[in-house]
Design a protein around this ligand. Structure first.
Ligand SMILES: [Zn+2]
Length: 186
């Protein structure tokens, strides 16, 4: 009786944990694809804009230095120099943003792995019973026990044999001479 209930609880717990892990993995995959798409766009912008800007600067310089006329040098330096400089800046920033997203992803991945390891350690240390796996039974702080006025057994407050009964007294399970009820304290 005792072992079967525990086994069922543990089994249900691992099932829950497995499903939660699956859901988390799926949501991870979903956000990761979206994020990598954005990162790829940033990388693309960076890798196109920077060389293009440099080429424009060189062309502007080349054009300006190969004409003696000031009225030709000004448009060359504006279209080549300024636009090229702008592109280099924008591309550099995009590449920096891409680098930042990679950094964030690496950190997030490390954190997830660390958390998984810690959860596994916690699970092993507690001998297979963790708060995460069976929250209902293990997160209840101190169980309150009650007994009827003349009863020889003490019960949990939610036990079917005491629910709705009047004249219950609170019992300190550690100190009482009463025996635990076999229905609610298996
Ligand atoms: Zn009981």
């Amino acid at each position: 009786m005792t072992t079967t209930t525990t086994d069922i609880a543990v089994e249900r717990g691992t099932d829950d944990a497995r499903q939660r892990r699956l859901a988390r993995a799926i949501s991870n995959v979903r956000t990761r694809t979206k994020a990598t798409d954005a990162a790829r766009v940033l990388f693309f912008i960076g890798s196109v804009a920077v060389p293009l800007g440099l080429v424009l600067i060189l062309l502007g310089w080349w054009g300006a230095s190969h004409t003696p006329n000031l009225y030709e040098q000004i448009p060359y330096s504006i279209s080549g120099g300024m636009l090229g400089l702008g592109l280099v800046f924008a591309g550099g920033f995009a590449y920096f943003a891409y680098w930042m997203t990679q950094l964030v992803h690496a950190t997030r991945r490390d954190t997830a792995e660390t958390r998984a390891v810690l959860e596994r350690i916690e699970y092993l240390l507690s001998g297979g019973h963790t708060a995460a796996l069976s929250p209902a039974s293990e997160l209840v702080p101190a169980q309150t026990y009650v007994a009827t006025a003349k009863g020889t057994l003490y019960h949990r407050t939610d036990c079917a044999s005491v629910v709705g009964r009047k004249g219950l007294k609170e019992i300190n399970a550690a100190a009482t001479t009463l025996k635990p009820c076999r229905i609610c304290n298996p």
